[in-house]
Design a protein around this ligand. Structure first.
Ligand SMILES: [Zn+2]
Length: 859
């Protein structure tokens, strides 16, 4: 019973046997407004290397009406277990499959959404990893590329977008037919269809004789907020930068970007028809960090048009390379593209990507970047911080190692050699070796085939005059968690060392040394005999991937002056190091709070400010001694209020502090301030209390029992949109009553009626760190329900529940014991086990950190 799984071995055998020529796909979406199912007709032509052999094609559908192979009908009842068996293939084959496929509400396959504002129906597809088969029969694996021709029947007046340019629809009456031109040879997972009364804005990318039509789409109810100009500007910078660096023209006929509802990921790189989550169309004021994140996502997806779409991994074990490359590409483009609004993108990379990677790499589930992906279930839980963030960090290190010019030369050769084909890692490394002249086998083994993070520490001794007598960089092997795969190794690191002095209260870099670190101890003779600087910062410029520790003297200076670094990147590195030490129990959570309170006021990078705010809240909730926690929260809440009142009116910092206060407000005065901002009786000069901020304020009031159903319903009436409905669901779930918790639990766990977005909102509202006692009974219910959830819900939906409802707030030995008992008795599938084991690791880490914080309180 393969179910919906497909193994790498099955895919390998099928790829050896088949060469797929072309698909003709007809979809009848004329009754989309009613939902249910739609008619899907696929005709696929393919050849077989061994005539007479058997194979199968993939399909997930409620029913199959017709199967015809080479003119002969096959029994539709042979469709079973998400596959159609194909017996006795000829050298050249034509298969026709007619099926009724289902619309989904989970963001997988063909998602159907009704906008409460206009009552209209909006559809879009999401196929990665294996969900094109929910819409049409196909050989669902990345190395069976083919040309796809879509013919779509849909209500007249709709907009229909796919990989090829949208044709003039034909027909009359209530429906029209859109017949798209065939695509180039692409993988099924990057085909796409977006249909509904979307609205578009158009432009073109022009460069010499080249002209690529550009489109940006969203629902009409978001049109007033769609800043298409800004989106086009970033997109064009990306076209310029990538075409030059890749030395390969954009490979598709046009480039549409569609902001679609209830999208699970950030975006998806469908060839020429990229879909984005439509929270990227900002309904209310957001900070510049949100614009930067959106621009990064735009560039990430654009980079995939070459790396991933033009040249595609053979199998999902190289997913990391696909994602790492696009993640590296987004940052390097922001840093270097002329006119970029975010040239400090490496600060954001250090602040966000690295933090994500370091966290993931210390979980029991950590794995080498080159993961073993034996089947589709393995890959579905592997869109993780190793695949995206560690991989990208290691690519950044590779660029430092071979040099950026050689790196891009290798990439250029790779695109030319493998255009429209499939590759493995070795193909890229081979091209980079040719371009750089460096042997990358040892590098690849150390960095890609082993797990964990090295620690780099300076070892400094001084003579009696205070001059440096010896200076070395010490490297430690990763502390791999119990059960983690692979061996703990030392690695070659190309790093910079920054020397900083305090000048009028500012920390200024006076010197930078770049060197190779290898083995447990690397001497740095250049620094011997020199005066000791105020701060020594290893891995300055963030070239490598390692935990960085400061020597004691540097730490003392940084603790007092973290905000004093004149550059944002060393500040971000020190913030990251302090946070990492807090997570590791090397710095008590209350000391991290002190550091944040002293330094965050001088932090100018808004993305870093918002990260610190989130991390402080997490430290207070999870890592402080529970007996001291309320004191810490009170200090943080008071500081947030002060910063809010002191911030420049209308600034991003002001908005960020308003949100931080809303997350933690606890005194009558603070909650009264939130209520006053909401009802307009109180004003903070320059602070726009707009739609999204109103919901943020209300969420806290609901969670603290100061707003109930009447207030929530009234707010929903003001904002009766899809986003408003999600916020209202979250507020209802946040109320501090046993009834509210029971209702939320039942809606998520005992019913499958919620859409992916509403479910996510309910889970977020349900889990409130101030409501531990109220939530305690749900630990037992969780373990009773989780296996059934995994077995009956779709991948996205079950992942939300398994991760989101784990009793993470119950930081007790009892939670660990209950988890262990469940793991021992439930015999969960590997992908389910992995999610629960990761959640358990969070509780274990929190228990350790709480002990450290308790000891710090006693000192
Ligand atoms: Zn990606």
């Amino acid at each position: 019973m393969p179910g919906t799984n497909l193994t790498r071995e099955e895919a390998r055998i099928r790829a050896e046997l088949l060469r797929v020529d072309a698909y003709d796909i007809e979809l009848d979406l004329s009754a989309a407004r009613e939902g249910g199912t739609f008619r899907s007709t696929t005709v696929v032509r393919f050849s077989a290397t061994t005539p007479g052999a058997d194979s199968f094609i993939d399909l997930v559908a409620p029913s199959v009406e017709e199967i015809t192979l080479n003119g002969a009908p096959l029994d539709p009842a042979s469709f079973d277990d998400s596959r159609i068996p194909l017996p006795n293939l000829a050298a050249e084959n034509e298969l026709r499959v007619v099926a009724d496929c289902a619309y989904t509400n989970t963001g997988e396959g063909l998602h159907r959404f009704v906008d409460p504002v206009d009552g209209e129906t909006y559809l879009y597809t999401q196929f990665e990893v294996p969900d094109a088969r929910r819409v049409f029969a196909n050989f669902e694996q990345p190395d069976l590329k083919a040309s796809f021709t879509f013919t779509v029947t849909a209500p007249s007046g709709w907009v229909v977008v796919s990989n090829s340019p949208t044709p003039e629809p034909v027909g009359e009456g209530d429906t029209r037919v859109w017949k798209f031109e065939p695509t180039g040879r692409i993988s099924s997972y990057i085909t796409a269809l977006i249909a509904g009364p979307y609205v578009g804005v158009f432009d073109a990318y022009e460069n010499g004789g080249q002209r690529v039509p550009l489109g940006v789409y969203c629902r009409p109810s978001l049109r007033e907020f769609l800043d298409a100009e800004a989106i086009f500007a970033v997109t064009k910078q990306g076209f310029d930068y990538f075409q030059e660096k890749f030395d390969f023209p954009y490979p598709f006929a046009k480039y549409d970007q569609l902001f679609v509802p209830e999208f699970n990921a950030g975006a998806m790189e469908n060839a020429g028809a990229v879909t984005f989550r439509d929270q990227y169309v900002f309904r209310s004021k957001v900070t510049d960090a949100a614009y930067e994140a959106r621009a990064a996502t735009i560039l990430h997806e654009l980079a995939h048009m070459w790396f991933g779409n033009l040249v595609t991994m053979e199998w999902w074990n190289d997913l990391w390379l696909n994602e790492s490359f696009a993640t590296f590409a987004e940052a390097v483009c922001q840093a270097e593209a002329p006119g970029s609004r975010w040239p400090h993108s490496w600060t954001t990379f250090a602040n966000q990507m690295k933090t994500w990677a370091y966290r993931q790499d210390q979980l029991p589930s950590t794995h080498p970047i080159m993961a073993e992906i034996n089947d589709l279930e393995d890959v579905q839980v592997n869109f993780d911080g190793i695949t995206y963030a560690k991989g990208a960090s290691v690519l950044k290190q590779l660029v430092a190692y071979v040099g950026q010019d050689a790196f891009f030369q290798g990439v250029q050769a790779y695109f030319k050699r493998h255009a429209w084909g499939n590759t493995r890692l070795g193909d890229l490394l081979g091209a980079l070796e040719e371009a750089s002249g460096r042997d990358l086998k040892a590098w690849s083994k150390a960095w890609l085939e082993t797990a964990g993070i090295n620690v780099l520490r300076p070892s400094i001794t001084l003579n009696t005059d205070g001059e440096i007598e010896s200076f070395a960089v010490l490297q430690e092997a990763p502390a791999l968690p119990a059960g983690a795969k692979g061996e703990a190794v030392l690695r070659p690191h190309r790093i910079a060392i920054g020397l900083y002095e305090l000048v009028d209260g500012s920390l200024v870099r006076t010197e930078r040394i770049e060197l190779d670190v290898d083995g447990p101890r690397t001497e740095v003779p250049q620094l011997v005999g020199r005066h000791r600087p105020a701060v020594v910062l290893l891995n300055d410029d963030d070239l490598s991937y390692a935990k960085i520790r400061l020597d004691e003297d540097s730490m003392a200076v940084v603790t007092e002056n973290l905000g004093g670094f004149t550059e944002s990147l060393p500040r971000a590195l020190c913030w990251a190091s302090a946070w990492d030490m807090t997570r590791d129990g090397e710095l008590a959570a209350r000391d991290y709070l002190s550091l944040a309170l002293s330094g965050v006021g001088r932090e100018t990078d808004i993305g870093v400010v918002q990260s610190v705010q989130r991390q402080v809240k997490l430290a207070l909730d999870a890592y402080t001694d529970p007996d001291w926690r309320e004191q810490g929260l009170a200090r943080w809440a008071a500081a947030a209020e002060e910063h809010l009142r002191a911030a420049e009116p209308g600034s991003d910092h002001q908005l960020a502090w308003a949100r931080a206060l809303a997350a933690v407000a606890r005194t009558d005065g603070q909650l009264g301030l939130l209520a006053g901002l909401l009802d307009g009786s109180v004003e903070v000069k320059g602070l726009a209390v707009d739609t999204e901020l109103r919901w943020t304020l209300l969420a806290r009031l609901a969670a603290t029992g100061r707003a109930d159903e009447a207030e929530i319903a009234a707010e929903l009436e003001r904002d009766n949109t899809a986003a408003g409905q999600e916020h209202a669901a979250s507020c209802r779930a946040a109320r501090p009553t046993a009834e509210a918790k029971a209702e939320s639990w039942a809606a998520v766990v005992e019913s499958d009626k919620l859409t992916n977005y509403v479910q996510e909102a309910v889970i977020a509202g349900f889990q409130q760190s101030d409501q531990r006692e109220l939530l305690a009974p749900y630990a037992e219910k969780y373990f009773a329900a989780v296996k059934g959830i995994w077995e009956t819900r779709s991948h996205e939906i079950s992942q939300q529940i398994i991760v989101g409802l784990y009793p993470a707030l119950q930081v007790t030995e009892a939670t660990l014991e209950a988890t262990d008992a469940w793991l021992a008795s439930a015999d969960p599938a590997p992908a389910l086990r992995r999610q629960v084991v990761e959640a358990r690791a969070g509780v274990e880490r929190a228990l350790k950190a709480q002990a450290v914080d308790r000891a710090a309180g006693a000192r």
